[in-house]
Structure formats: structure tokens, C-alpha cells
Design a binder for this molecule. Sequence first.
Ligand SMILES: Cc1cc2nc3c(=O)[nH]c(=O)nc-3n(C[C@H](O)[C@H](O)[C@H](O)COP(=O)(O)OP(=O)(O)OC[C@H]3O[C@@H](n4cnc5c(N)ncnc54)[C@H](O)[C@@H]3O)c2cc1C
Length: 460
Amino acid sequence: MALPDNLMVELRGIVGTQNVLTAQEDLISYSFDGTATLQQMPAVVVLPTATDQVVAILKLANQTQTAVVTRGSGTGLSGGSLPSANCLVLCLTKMDRILELDRQNLTLLAEAGATTQAIADAAAVAGLFYPPDPGSMKISTIGGNVAENSGGLRGLKYGVTRNYVMGMQAVLAGGEMIWLGNKCVKDVAGFSLKDLFIGSEGTLGVITQVLLRLIPKPAAKKTMVASFPQMDQAAETVSAIIAAQIIPCTLEFLDRTTIGCVEDYAHIGLPLDCEALLLMETDGHPAVVAEEAGRMEQICRDHGCQEVRVAKNEEEADQLAAARRTAFSALARVGPTTILEDATVPRSELGRMIRFIQATAQKYRLRIGTFGHMGDGNLHPTVLTNERNHEEMERVEKAFAEIFDETIRLGGTITGEHGVGVAKKSILPKALGRETIRVMRELRRSLDPKGILNPGKMFD
Ligand SMILES: Cc1cc2nc3c(=O)[nH]c(=O)nc-3n(C[C@H](O)[C@H](O)[C@H](O)COP(=O)(O)OP(=O)(O)OC[C@H]3O[C@@H](n4cnc5c(N)ncnc54)[C@H](O)[C@@H]3O)c2cc1C
């Protein structure tokens, strides 16, 4: 179905004809995100280049009750930017300027469509550091990162996107522009609405600019990989490192299936005769880095590791980190459909959760590779399947239902970083409880009474 002609004329008037896409071949690229098996064509894609255009578009959409699905780069893994039927996709990628780098206050102001990598690079040029590094950072936008409260490989020591957002400019469903937060280190004036918008998945407003906190760049870094004959030993090593009060910036793991796929893909020279690999990175003052690296190596050996490989230089460190960064792409080459999940448990339950995932894969005869942010308790069981095989897809569904039941039972969460979108919508009430959902629903309704923003996402 198409939107009325007069609406299209007004949209072209706001952003220019070249920034309104309606041809089927153009719309196809916006009909899915990074989530497997979900696709829906939008009615139109609009690419604004400035905040006043976003204001005008939302005023028009609100008047005509047109559904608006805000989109960054579409790398989301829960269907958050999947179009709804007959909607307007509001894609922010042309609003990608770095607006200010304030060296006195250590902040950076960027438009929402700037990539995470561009932000990290701009900070680095000034000798500063923007730590959140989702695996998708080369293409994901900062607006998408804020809307999903994305994590990354450095989350254990440095936290997630929320920890770096000081403020934002946002446009509400009715077209009102608001500023939330500021450059102050402390601010308790009123409710922290910026925190409400972080992780709101495009349901409360459109984020148009983001003010970020930067930190000094760590002086030194050491990267190492340890291989283990048993998964439990890797999980116990993680617990022992934390118990020893070492907080490395990265503590990631790959299981045997993932190691095999990564090695096939990236030829890094990873050991193939092991059940688990831990990628560990420590950064900070050179003396502390050397001491922590030595202690972590010893803890690995005490827990039965086969081998510890310490990167000799920056190039080798990047290569080892790439083993983890390419995990999703490497697994995705193996089967036609790759479903990447996001089960997160308290770190004390990691071993139990990993064993449960392995047993569930066996029970349902599925190929599941698991990798993830082990130091955060955030696991990505990834099933390699084929969406055309309906019988297998039924088994996949049953397996994940059991995995998420177990996650909740162990005191975990159904998503540590990928969000709810449409993928987790049905299990959100089970995870949060009906009263919590009611409060969220009322908050959403008060900001978007006509329900035009990302309808059908998170909850109906
Ligand atoms: C290979 C790969 C690796 C990944 N690794 C990680 C990882 O390590 N950690 C992690 O957390 N995630 C990861 N992801 C998931 C994904 O990249 C993140 O969720 C990312 O933040 C999405 O950014 P995006 O610009 O692509 O947003 P999109 O996918 O376009 O949108 C995501 C959600 O945000 C909303 N949104 C987007 N922009 C705005 C805006 N300006 N205002 C309001 N709402 C908006 C959308 O409506 C949607 O609900 C990975 C994905 C891939 C494909």
C-alpha cells in the first residue's frame, strides 16, 4: 500500500526529492535489519539532513497518523528498525556530522547518524578515548547505539553506551524538539529523561544529536588468548580473574564451533584442538598492565589452559581481537540463516548456562555456536540453520524458548544488549512482569499518544 500523494508531495518539500525513496528496488534495502527471518517493505524511506527537517516530518506524520520507524544503519539484531506495514522509514544516516569536540570538558557532540567508528576516530585524533565498541562499530550509528544502549568488547571495564551519554537532542512524536542533559558532570535537576531515552528503541522520540563523554586514552594495552580443553575451565577462569579483583577491559570467549568457523574465515592461526578460547585484554598504566597480564596468565594456567598466546605487538593484538570481532560474520557464512541470540546471566551462573545451551543444542539436534562477552555474563548462542526448513525452524524455536526460560530461572535477562524489538516482544512480560510493562506502556503513551513511533515494537 502507498501513502497518500499529498503526503509524498509534502515530504519532498521538506527534504527534497532526492531524499525521498519510493522505488521498490530502493525500498528493499530498508525492508530488514541484521535480524534473521524478518522482512517487511516500508511505504517510503525519508533521509533528512537536519533536525528541523525531522521536526517537520514528525509534525506531518503525527497529523496524518503515519507510522514512523526510525533507522540508523539497520544493523540491529532484534528487528527494532524493521518497517511496519505502510510506514515511513526515517533514516538518519545523512545526519552524520561530528559537531564539536570540547577538549576542556572532554565531550563530543555528534549528529545521530555518525558512525561509532567516526566518533572513536575523532576522539583518538584529540588523544582521547570513546570506549563503547559494538562489533558493528564500523557501520552502526551513534543514534542506534543510544537507542539500543549498545555494549561492546570493552564493556566489562568501561561500561556500555549509557555510561558515556551526557545529553541528547530529541524530537518527540508531535514534532517538539527537546534537549536532555548537558556538559555538567553532576546534574539532578528533575527526572533523568535522557536515561529514559537510552534504550528506548525508537519508541519515545527520534534522537538527532548526542553529547558524549570522552576519557583519556590508556597508555598501554596487552592482548592475549588462552585455549582450554573444557568449557567449564574457561568459565571458572573468568570467575577467578574477577575474584582476584582484576577487571580487564576485554574478557571474551569463543566455543569450539565458533573457533572453527573463525579460523576457516580469517586464518588467524587459532588452536583448533580446544573446547574454548578466552580473549583477554588489559589496558592502563604500563606497570599495571604488565602486572595484570602476568596474573591473568597464571590464573589461566592454574585452571588447566592448554596454551596462552600473548600478542607481541599491536598488529598481532589486532589480529587476535579480530578473532572475536569476526565471530558473527564467520558463523553467518556456514548456513543460509544465522540466528544470533543474547542470553545474559549473572557471572556466577555462566558455566551452568553454557552447559544448558550445549545440552539444548544436542536435544534439538541443532548446530549452535556460542561466543560472547563472558566477563559481562553476556552469551550469544548462535544457531546455524535454514529458514526454509520449517521442521528445523520449529526445533530452533523450542530450543530458544527453553534457553530463555533457563536464563530467567538463573536470574538473567532475555537481552543484555540487542534489545527487545520484535524478536523478544513475546517473552518480555515473562521477564519483567505485567505491572512493569503497564508502567512502560503508560510512559510511552504519554510521549506518543497516537502511537506513531515504531508501532508494534517492544510491546503492542
Ligand atoms: C556484526 C554485528 C555485530 C554486532 N555487535 C554488537 C555488539 O557488540 N554489541 C551490541 O550491543 N550490539 C551489537 N550489534 C547490534 C547492533 O549493531 C546495535 O544494536 C547497534 O547499536 C544498532 O545501530 P544501528 O545504527 O544499525 O541502528 P538500527 O539497527 O538502524 O536501529 C536500532 C534501533 O534503534 C532505533 N534507532 C536508530 N536510530 C535512532 C535514532 N536516531 N533515534 C531513535 N531511535 C533510533 C531503531 O528504531 C531501532 O529500534 C551487532 C550487529 C551486527 C550486525
